[in-house]
Ligand binder design. Structure first.
Ligand code: FMN
Length: 136
């Protein structure tokens, strides 16, 4: 199974999460600034939210892809106030015609003292378990 991982990370949280997914998948995660070339079975995409929104670079990255390049998109992310960034990302990818997995991963991400320390070790272990279930 071929896997790629892309993320946008304003405060380093999605980058840390992508690292964990990368360890499970055995591939190096890259930011969405790195184009995806060739075809993959699974593309993990992760982000947080800032002022209620997923960064526009996620949509820009999605637009660089051909849905035929990617068998399935698997989403992950973190947020402090809204439930999850995943619905916003799902909308972006589904509107462009991608097959987006029903399963996704979300945890809390710190916003100052709110959810301080998250994603923490337990969050990252839960993500590790999620990625393992997706890939094996
Ligand atoms: C300045 C700031 C603004 C934030 N704004 C929001 C927000 O509007 N809604 C929300 O749910 N989370 C908000 N968060 C929480 C982030 O989404 C959370 O920290 C997330 O883990 C960031 O992921 P990233 O570092 O990968 O971008 C904010 C965090 C910070 C530090």
């Amino acid at each position: 199974m071929t896997t790629a991982i892309r993320y946008y990370s304003k405060f380093g949280h999605s980058a840390k999460m992508a690292q964990v997914v990368g360890e499970v998948a055995g591939v190096k995660p890259e930011s969405v600034a790195t184009p995806l070339t060739g075809e993959v079975d699974i593309l993990f995409v992760g982000a947080g939210v800032f002022l209620g929104k997923v960064n526009g670079s996620i949509r820009e990255f999605a637009r660089t892809l051909d849905p035929k390049q990617v068998k399935q998109v698997v989403l992950f992310g973190s947020s402090a106030i809204i439930d999850s960034p995943v619905p916003q990302m799902r909308k972006i990818f589904e509107e462009l015609g991608f097959n987006v997995a029903a399963e996704s991963f979300t945890c809390r991400g710190a916003m100052g003292p709110l959810h301080s320390g998250h994603p923490d070790a337990n969050d990252l272990q839960a993500l590790r378990d999620f990625a393992t279930a997706v890939l094996h």
